[in-house]
Write a new protein. Sequence first.
Length: 716
Amino acid sequence: MAEGRPSGPAPPTDTGAVGRPLLSLALAAMMDEVHAHSGAVYLLAPDQPVLEMAVMAGMPRAFVAPWERVGLSAPVPVAQAVRERGLVWVGGEEEMARCFPRIAVVLPYPFALAALPLATPSAVYGAVFVTWPAEHPPVLGDWEREHLTGACDRLALRLERAAAERRTLRPEPDLLAVPPAGGSAGVLGSVEAARMVHRLPYGLASLDLHGRVSYANAAAAELLGLPVSELLGTRLWASVPWLNDPMYEDRYRGALLSQHVTSFVALRPPGDWLSFRMYPDTTGLSVRISRARAVAELGRATPPPGEASPPPSLVTISQVLGLAGALTEAVGVQDVVQLVADEIVPAVGSQGLMILGSQSGRLHVLGQRGYRDARAIEQFHGTPLSAPAPSTRVLTTGAPAFFDSRQQLERLYPVRQAIRDGFAAWAYLPLIASGRPVGTCVLAYADPHPFPAEERAVLTSLGGLIAQALERARLYDAKHRLAHGLQQALLPHSLPRLPGFDAAARYLPATQGMEIGGDFYDLVPARPTAAAVIGDVQGHNVTAAGLMGQLRTAVRAYTTVGQEPQDVMRSTNGLLMDLGVELFASCLYLRLDAADGSAVMSRAGHPPPLLRRPDGRVRVLDLAGGPLLGIDPAATYPTTRVDLAPGSVLVLYTDGLVETPGADIEDALAELGQRLGAAGDVPLSQLAHVLVEQSAVVRERIDDVAVLLLRARGNR
C-alpha cells in the first residue's frame, strides 16, 4: 500500500463508554497466548499519518521512547506492518540490525519481535508489536502466527464497532507484571525466607521492571554504602552516585529485553570493585552483589566528587540514538527535511516544521511541513540575519529559544503579530555544524506546549544532529551539481545527423557515489564516411570523467585527420599511456560508410555490439580486437567489416548495461538480445528506452550505462 494515512474512519481514542480497558485486556491475552514477554498497542492518530502508543505491557515505556509516536513512512516494524497490511517478523539481533538498523542502535540486544496491523477490509486502526526473549526460535511458529493474526483481527473488529458507535478509547495505563501472590508458605514462610536472605554473606536486591529497588538485604546495603531505607523505591543508578553511568543502566535494559542473566563490575570509590549479576524474569530482576575477586584495570577513571555531571536520562539517550541513526541515512538536503518530518516531528509531538538554511547573510526556506499559509512561509524566506526575529536570534547567538505560547512569543517579538501561522508554541533550534551556523530548525505546536528541562535538552541535542546532517547534505548537493554539470559538458548535447544513418543515445550514471563516471559516446560526421565511438574509462569520479573528455576529444581529432580505425585506436592508446594516469579504458570505434552499407569496427576490450537485421533476427557480433587502452604501448587493434542492410540496427553499449556481480554475462547478453528482437521496428529513442529501462541490471546499477543506437537507412 502507498505510504500515508490509510483510508477509513479515524480510530477510537477514549475509553468513555467502553468502561473497561479494552486495549490492555486484548494485549495481555495476546501475549499470554503466544508466551511473549512484552508488547504494545498503537492507534492511528486522527487526521495524521502517525501511530501513537496507547498501551505498553511487560516493559517500561522508556525502553521504546523514540517510537511512542511513529510516522507511517518510518522504517520501523509497526509502521511497515500498517503499510503492507501484514505481519512483520524479526527473528533476532542480527536480523534487526539488517532490516531495522535504527532500532538496533537503540536496543542492541537479542530478542525477537512480531508486528501486525489492526485492520479490517475497509480501514486501518493501528498496530501491535510483541517481543520474546532471546531463546525464541528464529522462525515464528505457525500456531503463533495464527494466534497473533486472530487476536489482532478480533481487536480490529472491536475498534471498528467502537468507531461506528462513536465510542472512543483513550490511552490506558501500562501493564507491568505483578509477582505471584503468597504461595503455600504463608506469613511464617515469608519471614523465614527473609531471615535466610539476611544471613547470606553477599548482597541481594530485587528490582521491579522500572529498575526500582523493592527489596535489599543488609549485605547489599553495606556493599552499596547506603542504608536500606534510602535504597527502597529508588533506582540503583540514581541513588548510588558511583553507579550513575549509562553503561550500568544499559545492562539492566539488556537483561530485561533478552531475559538473559547479565553481569558487570563497577568501581566503588576509592578502590573496591564489586560484581553485579542480574537474574531477570517477566516480573523484574534479582541482583546478586559481591566483591569482585580479581579485576584488571578497566581504564574507567573516577571523577572527583562534585565535578561529574549526571549523565542523560535513559529516555534522552534512546531518543537521540534512534533519531541519529535516521539522520545518517539522509543524502541530500530534501532527504534531511523528509527524515526530520517523518521521524523527529512525530517523536516530539509537533505539528509544524520549518528548516531554514543560512546563505549570504540571509535565511532561506529549505523545506517545511504543516505550514499552510504562504504568508507564514514568506516571513522566513530571505530574512536578514540582522533582523530581530527568533529564527535569526537563535542562529547568531547559538542558544535555542522555546516559546510555550503565542503570548510569550509576541511579547518578545511584537513584529510577529501581523502573521498568524496557526500554531501556539514553538521551539527554535540553532543548527551549528563544526562551529559554523548553517541554519535554524523551527518546530511548531498546534496547542500551548510547556518545554520542561529534559525535553529542552533532547531538542537541543537533536538540533546538533540535524545540523551535522544538513551540512553533509548541502556538501553532497553541491558535489552532485558539480558532477552533473561536468558530465553534461563532456557528453554531446545532441547527436549530429549522419549520412545514411539514424542515431539515438541514452546515458545513466551509477546510483552509487557521485553519479558521474567515465562512460562516453560520440558521432563524428566526416566525409565521405562518418564515425561512431563508445567507451568506458575505469572509475566513477571526476578523474574518470576528465580523462573521458580527453579521450573523446582525441578520437575526434584522429578521425578528422583521416586515420583508419585501427590507427585511431592505436593513437588513442598511445595518448593514454603518455598521460600516465594509471587508468584503463575500453573502446569500440566504427567507420560508417553509407555508400556501400558497411561499418569497419575496431575494438579495445569493449563488450561486443548487437546487430538486429531487417528481418528481426539478432546476433552478437564476434569482432577482432586488442587489449584495453592504457595497458600495452605496443598493442594493435585489428578491424572487422560488417555489412549493414537498410533497416539494420546496431546496439553499442557499455558494460553497465549487462554486467552485475554474480550474473552470467552470456545470460545478460541473451536477455538484451531478446528485448531488442521483441521491440520491433520502433523509433530509436523508444528502442533506447526499452533496452535501458526494462533491464533488471540497470534498476540497481552499480556502474554507469551508455547506449548508442545506429539504424542504417541506405544511401539516400
